[in-house]
Design a binder for this molecule. Structure first.
Ligand SMILES: Cc1cc2nc3c(=O)[nH]c(=O)nc-3n(C[C@H](O)[C@H](O)[C@H](O)COP(=O)(O)OP(=O)(O)OC[C@H]3O[C@@H](n4cnc5c(N)ncnc54)[C@H](O)[C@@H]3O)c2cc1C
Length: 441
């Protein structure tokens, strides 16, 4: 059996690992258009700041491919997939045949049309790849006024800003929504987060867009013009608005695309023997109860693992995933899970707040469907498990909101209980998402 995997990251390598678990001798070929062995993508901003180095950014050991008998083809871009003849075609004209194919190419940065944006400039770019971080590291060194503009206040924009700030630049985030992390946070938590950014040298211009980037003769930025007409000096412009599924190269392959790659419960695409997962795939969103693209590491790993298991001939179903963010902004830990901004009248919100902590729970009837935890993220793993499993837990909301949650894992069964009342919620620990298990206490 010959397996080909497009993508050398969380989804692709989780798929490869699952294949190897069940098929010890099958041929596994991993193709990546990046020249590096697998690295931890969320850490590229840490690299910029110097918190991670060329030595520590790696996601897998350097002997990982050899040890698992994987053939790794770095720096090879797949330009098309011929599903009729079961071949993957690369930019340099190589044809790689497969029996089973996994597609995990992640996302491609979305660049809103902006006059003056010039990705060829050494002082402008996007921020999703290791090379992007390396480019910005060089740019920061030659920035005359030490002024950077980051377009987008989502996860990628925030991380790019922290990275650039860490290099001594003054940063302004320009965000169209009324707050940073606008889809995950609410007004209060957005304000607290913005304050923390502002105190640390990152300004936030919300409800704003960059309409024009002014350039010098060399095509490098000098300033940006905002929608409001305001002009801000800019040596560096980073567009970190978000990613879209990287599916252009699948045109003509017969694989069904609906924004992203459509998959069934086994993570198989509309074409037999072709599977997909990660940021490029459309999965079932268990909270919003519809197909969705949820671009986060834990889900990419889960989806890849389910796909690989099925590809190796062991049947598994993927139950679907939910949105989940865990970040720390200048010492402020933030976790958001599931539905955080309810729009339905029947959904009730419970909030605890003091000077340092903001905790919000969203209930749909008796079922916990979302949470924002700021300042005190205790119990985030447990809460994410309860949300993911749709467990009824309204009567425990006071403990949840105060973080007084006690839990045990015994013989692979988890149990959550309150020491005073002795209540218990039980389930299978292995069924929990990776994030829940990792943040259990
Ligand atoms: C700056 C930043 C910070 C982030 N922070 C977090 C965080 O804190 N928490 C979190 O959960 N998520 C975070 N994310 C999102 C997270 O990185 C993604 O969800 C995750 O990397 C998705 O994994 P993936 O395997 O689907 O795709 P990717 O990691 O995007 O990898 C795609 C792979 O496919 C390869 N590829 C693409 N196209 C081709 C082609 N045509 N031919 C060959 N190879 C190809 C690429 O080289 C790469 O190896 C962050 C992302 C960024 C950019």
């Amino acid at each position: 059996m010959k397996y080909v995997i497009i993508g050398n990251s969380y989804a692709g390598l989780s798929c490869a690992d699952a294949i190897r678990r069940f098929d010890k001798s099958g041929e596994v070929v991993i193709v990546s258009d990046e020249k590096y062995r697998a690295y931890a993508r969320p850490l590229i901003s840490y690299y910029l700041e110097g918190k991670t180095t060329d030595e520590t950014i790696w996601y897998k050991d350097d002997d990982y491919y050899e040890k698992n008998n994987f053939q790794f083809l770095p720096g090879k871009k797949v330009v098309s997939v011929d599903t009729a003849s079961k071949r993957v075609i690369t930019e340099d004209g190589e044809n790689i045949n497969y029996d089973k194919l996994f597609i995990g190419p992640g996302g491609t940065p979305f660049i809103p049309p902006t006059e003056g944006f010039n990705p060829d400039s050494p002082m402008m770019g996007t921020f999703t790849r290791f090379d992007d971080a390396k480019k910005m590291e060089k740019a920061a060194k030659i920035a005359k006024h030490k002024e950077a503009i980051v377009v987008g206040g989502g996860l990628i924009g925030l991380k790019a800003s922290e990275g650039l700030r860490g290099l001594g630049l003054h940063v302004t985030i320009v965000e169209l929504l009324p707050r940073v992390l606008g889809l995950a946070l609410d007004e209060m938590s957005g304000n607290i987060t913005a304050k923390r950014l502002n105190e640390n040298g990152i300004d936030t211009a919300t409800g704003e867009t960059v309409t024009k980037i002014n350039l010098d003769e060399a095509g490098n930025p000098t300033s940006v013009i905002l929608k409001s007409g305001k002009e801000l000096i800019a040596d560096i412009v980073v567009v970190g608005v978000g990613v879209r599924p990287n599916v252009g190269f699948l045109e003509g392959s017969g694989i069904k695309i609906d924004r992203g790659i459509v998959v069934d419960k086994t993570m198989m695409t509309s074409v037999q023997d072709v599977y997909a997962g990660g940021d490029a795939a459309v999965i079932y969103d268990v909270i919003n109860k519809r197909p969705n693209i949820i671009a986060i590491v834990p889900l990419a790993c889960e989806e890849g693992r389910v796909a690989g298991t099925n590809m190796a001939g062991v049947y598994r179903e993927y139950p679907g995933g939910m949105g989940l963010n865990s970040v720390e902004i200048y010492g402020l830990p933030i976790v958001t899970i599931g539905l955080t901004n309810p729009s339905n009248e029947s959904q009730k919100v419970y909030i605890y707040q003091d000077e340092k902590v903001y905790r919000k729970l969203v209930y749909d009837d008796e079922v916990l469907v979302g949470a924002i935890l700021l300042g005190d993220i205790s119990g985030s793993g447990i809460l994410s498990a309860i949300i993911r499993q749709g467990l009824k837990s309204l009567k425990y909301k006071d403990e949840f909101i105060n973080g007084n949650i006690y839990s045990f894992v015994i013989d692979n069964e988890f149990e959550i209980y309150n020491i005073n009342e002795g209540y218990a919620i039980r389930g299978d620990f292995e069924d929990l998402p990776e994030f829940s298990r990792a943040n259990w206490r």
